[in-house]
Structures are given as C-alpha cells and as structure tokens.
Design a protein around this ligand. Structure first.
Ligand code: FAD
Length: 395
C-alpha cells in the first residue's frame, strides 16, 4: 500500500478509533437493525465466513502450528493463504480495499483462526494494519507516562524515543505512533499527545531483535528506537493533541476481537480435553466417566459459552454505533481469564501427557497467558469496568 493510501485509510479509521470498523459496518450488519428483536442466529454471510475460517484453521493451521511455535518463524504462507481466502482486513472499509465488515464478523473469523493457533492468528490479524506503537520500556498500563517526544519543526515533527513489545514491529511497513507533543509537562493527557503515521523505513528508526516470548511465538514482537525521525505534518492523525483519545478509543474496537481470540483458544482446550477424556482409561473406564473429570469439562463449557457471549455483546454494541467500553473490558477480562483457566484444566485432564510438548495443550497454556497482559492487563480491565459500572450506577 502506498504511504498516501495508508494515511487515507488510517485517517478514516482515526475518526472513530484505531483498527476501527467501517462506518458502513453498521449498515451491513443485520443484527443491529432497530426493532429486529434478539437473535442468536447468524446470517448466511456470517456463517460462510465462520465456516471458511474454521476449515482453514483445522486443515491448514493446526497441522503446522507446533512447528511455528518451535521455530518462532513468521507464518508467511499462512498469512498469504488467509489473504487468498478473504479472511484478512475484514474491518477495513471497502472504499480502501477491505471487506467493510463489522466487529461482530471480525470476531467470528478471529475465534476460528485462534482455535488453530493464537500465534498464527495474531500474525494474521496484526497484518491488517501496520503496528500499534504505544508501549515503552517504562510505561505500558500507564500510557500517559510515555516519554517519546514529537517536536514540531516547520512542516515536520521530529520524533525521539523508544517503544517496546510492538506486535508486528519487524514486519509492518508503517506504524501508528503515540508521542508526547506538548512542551508543557503539566498538559493533561487529553491534550499532550499526538498520533502519527510513521513509515517503518524512515531514517532514524532502529528495529530491535524479535523477542523470544513464552507463547504466541511466531507472532513478531519487537522494541523500536526512534532517533530524530522526521515525519511530515500531514501524517498527524486527526489533529495535534488528540492522540491519547485515539490510542485509548482504539481499544473499544480491538478488545472484542482480542477476547474472541481467547475464546477460540478456550474452545480448543475444551475440545482437546474432551477428546482425551473419552479415550483415556483409568480404573477400567474412560476418565470422562469419573464425575470429577466430567464436572471439570462442564465448568469449562460454561466458561467458554459465557465468554463467547460477552465477546459478541461487546462487538454487537460497537457495530450498533454505541460506546462499548464497559462491554469490551468485560469481554477482554473474562475471556482472558477463562482462556488461562481452561488451558490449565486441559493440561490437568491430560495428566503427565499434558505437561509434554508432544501433546497440544501445554502450548495452549503458554499461548493463553498473554491474554491477561496485552491490550490492557486483567487488572486494568477491572479498573475500567469498575469506573464504567459506577458511572452507570450514578447516572
Ligand atoms: C507479546 C506482547 C505483545 C504486545 N503488543 C503490543 C503492541 O502491539 N503495541 C503496544 O503498544 N503494546 C504492546 N504490548 C504491551 C502491553 O500492552 C503491555 O505489556 C501491557 O499493557 C502491560 O504494560 P507493562 O508491561 O508495562 O506492565 P505494567 O504496566 O508495568 O504492569 C505491571 C503489573 O502491574 C499491574 N498494574 C499496573 N498498574 C496498575 C493499576 N493501576 N492497578 C492495578 N494493577 C496495576 C499490571 O496489571 C501488571 O500486572 C505487548 C506486550 C506483549 C508481551
């Protein structure tokens, strides 16, 4: 994509937030027609996307997932294949070459891909739009504490600073970068920061090594240093001073799909554990016939169903054009937590085999942990939910 095209895409997205959905999404999504009632039915089109993603995950991702986990290699052939199948850029407006679908549809696809491998799914998803450069070595949860500076000089901004843990950092052609642009150290966050589109090959950018993470190992995560990087003023998203709002608003749109990824992983853990419990015998019968094991599976099923509903509600709200901060954080927190619980329970049901990398569930346990960390930690989600809850209560 040319830089101009990229800037156009991002500017259209920035009007309502990073990785936002097309404004057309609200028109195409059948669920949000007012007065249409409450329905759990998917449309034919949604079912088709779901089935395509499911087939791809089961036939093409699962067979190679362990290998990508072992090598940490970036899954280029799978990304190309996802592109061919029309499973990428679902949320980019049609006018910019995307599918113009809603967050709800994006979540359906994400859950299926994540069932195959959340590392591969993250790599596919992250390719939809550059990379989101906000976190720094000294500030993650406390976004207002970032130190990267953007200084205006004539028609350009000069950027200096360091970003950390940037997904897709070594693969993206361009970044969304949040920097402090106000020279006033007392300026409030709502005015102090600006969001920029920065070309990844701009002079002064040094991309760090690929980080070796606990899970989702084929996803590309890096630190990036910006040293006197010159960015034209046209690459400011929306306007100077509103970057914090853009960066935070983005989460309302990205948290439902991230939660959907956690649901996909949780469903996989449940399916693997169920299959194993039906086959493995102790004391003369399949372990599923021991009530303690079948009740564990029942608890797992309850959690995965509820997490899916939470994701769908959060996605549905945003597609309906409503502020979904409360639901997005509930979905992210709940799905992240239960993905960890289910992966751990699956390991337990596999017994000693669960602890071994020849079986699929230890990878699930490693892959699950990040869902309680990125896109806002489990603790930060609770801060948001409590804040939103109290505001609703008082209103
Ligand atoms: C694999 C990976 C990919 C990532 N991808 C990206 C990306 O693409 N772009 C990007 O910008 N960032 C990315 N991140 C960064 C991620 O969003 C941060 O790591 C996360 O927000 C936490 O920030 P931190 O690591 O600085 O932890 P800290 O903010 O230092 O938090 C440390 C601990 O303290 C807790 N804590 C902090 N403040 C509070 C509080 N007020 N109340 C209660 N508990 C609190 C946290 O919950 C956490 O448990 C990624 C991280 C990883 C590991």
């Amino acid at each position: 994509m040319s830089a101009l095209r990229v800037t156009r895409v991002l500017q259209s997205i920035a009007q309502c937030g990073w990785r936002s959905q097309s404004s057309q999404a609200a028109q195409v999504s059948h669920q949000i027609k007012p007065g249409a009632g409450f329905s759990f039915e998917l449309s034919d089109e949604q079912r088709e996307f779901q089935a395509t993603a499911r087939k791809f995950a089961r036939e093409e991702i699962i067979p190679v997932a362990a290998q990508y986990d072992k090598t940490g290699e970036y899954p280029v052939p799978l990304i190309k294949r996802a592109w061919e199948l029309g499973l990428m850029n679902s949320h980019i407006p049609e006018s910019c070459g995307g599918l113009g679908l809603g967050t709800f549809e994006a979540c359906l696809i994400t859950e299926e891909l994540a069932y195959g491998c959340t590392g591969v799914q993250t790599a596919i998803e992250a390719n939809s739009l550059g990379a989101y450069c906000v976190t720094e070595p000294g500030a993650g949860s406390d976004v207002a504490g970032i130190k990267t500076r953007a200084e205006k000089k004539g028609d350009e901004y000069v950027i200096n600073g360091q970003k950390m843990w940037i997904t897709n950092g070594g693969k993206a052609n361009w970044y969304f970068l949040l920097a402090r642009s106000s020279p006033d150290p007392k300026a409030p966050a709502s005015k102090a920061f600006t969001g920029f589109i920065v070309e990844a090959d701009s002079p002064g950018i040094q991309i760090g090594r690929k980080e070796l993470n606990m899970g989702q190992r084929c996803s590309d995560t890096r630190g990036i240093v910006f040293e006197d990087v010159r960015v034209p003023k046209e690459n400011v998203l929306s306007a100077e001073g509103v970057g914090f709002k853009i960066a935070m608003g983005a989460f309302d749109k990205t948290r439902p799909p991230v939660a959907a990824g956690a649901v996909g992983l949780a469903q996989r853990a449940l399916d693997e554990a169920t299959r194993y419990a039906l086959e493995r015998k102790t004391f003369g019968k399949p372990i599923i016939e021991h009530q303690a094991v079948s009740f564990m599976l029942a608890e797992m099923a309850m959690k995965v169903e509820l997490a899916r509903l939470a994701c769908q509600r959060a996605a549905w709200e945003i597609d309906a054009g409503r502020r979904n901060t409360y639901f997005a954080s509930i979905a992210k927190a709940f799905a992240g937590d239960i993905a960890n619980q289910l992966a751990s329970d699956a390991v337990q049901i596999f017994g000693g085999n669960g602890f071994n990398s020849e079986y699929p569930v230890e990878k699930l346990m490693r892959d699950a942990k990040i869902y309680q960390i990125y896109e806002g930690t489990a603790q930060i989600q609770r801060l948001i939910i409590a804040r939103e809850h109290v505001a609703k209560f008082k209103s």
